[in-house]
Unconditional design. Structure first.
Length: 277
């Protein structure tokens, strides 16, 4: 019997999740159906209830429903609790388990695919919203020497630092700064988790945060050379990446959580990669 999965969002036409998960299903010989659901902005619960009643076993969540999914769940993983949001649900009878694989997918892409270790490194995380919250615990588990959380205003960054201070080990120093306080600092890895690139804008950061051997990582994907990546390139950075690998890796984590087998992501990443030019 074919098992049913889906992704829900609004809008949803852009989603690559059906392509990714059906590729995974083929490569792992799993008998599944995976569809897109356009969720009404005020009808998340009713839409997911209907999907479950029709035999749905799990669902991925994209904007703007990650908070709704978190609230819908009856049980939540530590990653989902920390992020305050869920990007995957699994159904078992009356139980609804929530997970958030964004952060672990990001770290796997950086460490496994791009071969950039975070352990002992100086890491800059730009932004203090949901994407940054989701990355916090996986980053800390890698043991960077320094993790700076920077935001346009430092108050939201301070909130994340408060969470990080409870989770970090003694080997990691965590700081919260406003963008304007980054002058004179340089980092091994710089992540743009702000929404600026979605508006084709640049976070107000100095180019001096990059060294020539730094990795500049844009969490948005399929946008080509964003203003953030252009800034890094103009500063002499040779290692540029966008979020396509993160997308594939978080999907693989969800697939493994649902099906008990982790697919290889290389073909999906190759198919979805947009040249950074």
């Amino acid at each position: 019997m074919t098992d049913k999965y889906a992704v829900i969002g609004n809008p949803i036409d852009f989603s690559k999740s059906p392509f990714i998960h059906m590729n995974f299903a083929k490569s792992t010989a799993q008998d599944i159906e995976y569809t897109k659901i356009l969720g009404p902005l005020d009808g998340f619960k009713e839409t997911v209830d209907r999907f479950r009643s029709e035999g749905g076993q799990g669902i991925n969540i994209t904007a703007p429903f990650k908070l709704d999914a978190f609230q819908y769940a009856t049980k939540r993983s530590p990653a989902a609790e920390l992020a305050g949001a869920a990007n995957a649900l699994r159904f078992s009878g009356d139980e609804v388990m929530a997970e958030n694989f964004d952060g672990v997918g990001l770290v796997r892409d950086v460490v496994h695919n791009l071969k950039h270790a975070l352990e002992g490194k100086r890491v800059l995380l730009l932004g203090a919203g949901g994407a940054a919250r989701g990355a916090l615990l996986p980053f800390l588990e890698q043991g960077p020497e320094l993790l700076v959380i920077a935001n346009r205003t430092s108050s939201k960054a301070e909130e994340l630092k408060g969470i990080a201070d409870k989770k970090k080990t003694a080997r990691t120093d965590v700081k919260a700064l406003a963008f304007s306080e980054l002058t004179g600092m340089q980092f091994d890895v710089v992540f743009n988790a702000t929404s600026a690139s979605l508006r084709n804008e640049l976070p107000a950061i100095p180019a001096t945060v990059f060294g020539s051997e730094s990795l500049a990582y844009e969490l948005a994907y399929a946008k080509g050379l964003t203003p953030f990546l252009r800034l890094a390139q103009s500063a002499g950075v040779r290692h540029l990446a966008d979020g396509v690998g993160m997308l594939a890796e978080q999907a693989a984590e969800a697939f493994a959580w649902w099906r008990g087998i982790r697919p290889d992501t290389r073909e999906v990443i190759r198919e979805l990669t947009v040249p950074l030019v």
